[in-house]
Design a protein around this ligand. Sequence first.
Ligand code: NAD
Length: 290
Amino acid sequence: MQLLDGKVVSAAYKEQIKKEVEERKAAGKKTPHLAAIIIGDNPASRAYVGNKVKTCGELGFNSTLVEYGTDISEDELLTKINELNNVEAVDGILVQLPLPKHIDENKVIATIKPEKDVDGFHPSNLGKMMIGQDTFIPATPYGIMLMLEHYGIETSGKNCVVIGRSNIVGTPMSVLLSRNSEPGNCTVTLAHSRTKNLAEVCAQADIIIAAIGKAKFVTADMVKDGAVIVDVGINRIEDATRKSGTRLVGDVDFENVKEKSSFITPVPGGVGLMTICSLMKNTLKAADNK
Ligand code: NAD
């Protein structure tokens, strides 16, 4: 078993991005600028956004963090997004999900200018991705593609099972892996909550991408010997041995599945780090596109 180590791969990409930003600045080009909007005080969302803003600083980007309480109205939020759409200095805009129930997520995503939609969630960007046009690829699937490429994982002709059909992870992942590209050219099965005999479906997979949101859901009996396992899940479980009383685990039962896999991502230290890295790549691309 070999770890697909998000620390190693993201460090390599971040180094490359940092260098490009330095070159841009030396050539008198504008500094990439990411604006992030966060609503409420969900600790996980706060941690994700905090990491994104911190990474901007590390890579030499500018960043703006806009914070609101959960009492913000949908109109106020849309007005802010429109304002950022029109700020020339801002290259990328992201609104951290999930949003409070009274705010329509689809409306919010559709309000971000596609040229600044560095999360790649806007319908026009997702549509472009579907038909293989150049666009912003959603950060998590993009990060997974970079990870597979970095480790030279052979994907062509392989059976891949993606578990989870969300618009931000599972569905775009299934599209990217079935494309005629490298990595890609997989025969993809997109499994979800209504899939029958999931264990049997998974047992056929050369590659499993788990994006479900259920701790340790993929168990060793579901995995074929030598499979490549990519764990997207981030779940907090109780752990009395930790000072905090909790710890993070993925959607895969790592300790048991690792014995059967050829490659596997850890949680934490796997896909999450790649997600931030590809968000930064998208922001740099947005600045380049100008
Ligand atoms: P989601 O809740 O939108 O989707 C979950 C999917 O899992 C659904 O499509 C559902 O059909 C499927 N599912 C639920 N129960 C199932 C079952 N019993 N069998 C088969 N499929 C089932 O989730 P999401 O936004 O795609 O996120 C999934 C996980 O990935 C979460 O833990 C989330 O925190 C994590 N995540 C991590 C990153 C990262 O950077 N590492 C990024 C995004 C999401």
